[in-house]
Design a protein around this ligand. Structure first.
Ligand code: NAP
Length: 339
């Protein structure tokens, strides 16, 4: 029998944590012991793994004895504080928060784009999972970049509330119900009402007028693609539960026709080309949710510049944008690096 690995899921009770557990089950990850960690609020709750009960424990610095891989999704503060303890105990951390992403010693990995970067996990015992919007964009752009060298990206996002976690999912559900029943909607998670609205603010504003989310797309794209691609982003929260959509405009060194882009994208790993406008077929969050591919459609040449292309890119932010990407990294780690 092949080796089994002891896994800790940090933030097991959250939106991403729940999905990570489901991904480990679905993909038959060779799990030996599994440990669910969360805050003191959830300690003592019983969840399941492959139909067997697992007790949720409070996250402490001593939680990682005997753990091989720790999947973190409990917020940046917890990752900053506890990843080093987990690494000292011998676990490799795969972190979903933004805490370590831009650390030059920490690889930032999308398996379809830069799997070789995983080798650098030995620096700190930490591998960072990129921001959800960045992951789906680079999955779609990597094959086009390899062919024609992308010089510049202009991206606008339409991001689902599940990207903010379980409390935001409840906020959209409750606000929608209240408004449809003629009652006022209460805002706790977002600065303004999200139901029947769009918020051109994700995370806080930086002094340059961009949000942190927008700047993550700028910086993370360069690090993952290992190229000085100029990127400008506008990130928008929309009243969708699951699935981020993106309008992506690229300018390339060399021309890419629509036919060439289709050909490249059709054979790209992790991509599904959904583009048959004559029959009203294009990517939508309702189709992206619950599966792991990045859907790409509405592929058009941008006639306003010499070498430009427009794309519409949609993926499940909790799966490919977080949990699936992390579990894919873990799969490569055990196959190629851990003994
Ligand atoms: P969430 O649904 O709010 O879940 C947060 C998780 O963190 C819960 O399990 C929570 O445990 C745990 N937690 C909170 N405070 C803690 C503490 N003091 N000690 C231990 N555990 C604590 O949020 P989420 O959407 O899953 O996001 C989790 C992380 O993943 C964040 O860093 C987020 O930026 C990142 N991420 C999210 C997405 C996404 O699409 N949602 C995508 C990429 C990355 P309790 O239940 O006990 O409070």
């Amino acid at each position: 029998m092949s080796k089994l690995w002891n896994i800790a899921v940090v933030g097991a009770t959250g939106a991403v944590g729940n999905q990570m557990i489901e991904c480990l089950e679905e993909r038959n990850f060779p799990v030996g012991k599994i440990k669910y960690l969360a805050s003191a609020r959830s300690a003592g709750e019983v969840m399941e793994f492959n139909g067997k009960p697992v007790l949720v424990e409070e996250l402490t610095h001593d939680s990682f004895e005997g753990i091989d891989i720790a999947l973190f999704s409990a917020g940046g503060d917890r990752s900053r504080e506890f990843c080093p303890s987990a690494a000292r105990a011998g676990a490799v951390c795969i972190d979903n928060s933004s805490a370590w992403r831009m650390d030059p010693d920490v690889p930032l990995v999308v398996p379809e784009v830069n799997p070789h970067a995983i080798a650098r996990y030995t620096n700190k015992g930490i591998i960072a999972n990129p921001n959800c919007s960045t992951i789906q964009m680079v999955v779609a752009l990597k094959p086009l970049h390899d062919y024609a060298a992308i010089k510049r990206i202009v991206v606008s996002t339409y991001q689902a509330v599940s990207g903010t976690g379980k409390k935001a999912i409840d906020e959209l559900r409750v606000q929608t119900g209240e408004l449809l029943n003629g009652r006022p909607a209460k805002c706790d998670i977002y600065p303004h009402r999200i139901a029947f609205n769009c918020l051109p603010q994700i995370d806080s504003f930086e002094p340059n007028g961009y949000t942190k989310e927008e700047m993550k797309m700028v910086f993370e794209t360069k690090k993952i693609m290992e190229a000085e691609i100029r990127t400008t982003a506008t990130t928008v929260r929309v009243p969708v539960f699951y699935g981020h959509s993106e309008s992506v405009n690229i300018e390339t060194e060399k021309k890419i026709t629509v036919a060439k882009a289709m050909e490249l994208l059709k054979r790209a790993p992790g991509v599904d080309v959904v583009d048959d406008v004559a029959n009203g077929v294009y990517p939508m969050p309702i189709d992206a949710a619950g599966q792991d591919l990045t859907l790409v459609g509405r592929i058009r040449e941008d006639d306003s510049i010499e070498n430009g292309l427009n794309l519409w890119v949609v993926a499940d932010n909790i799966r490919k944008g977080a949990a699936t990407n992390a579990v894919q990294i873990a799969e490569i780690l055990i196959e190629k690096y851990l003994k």
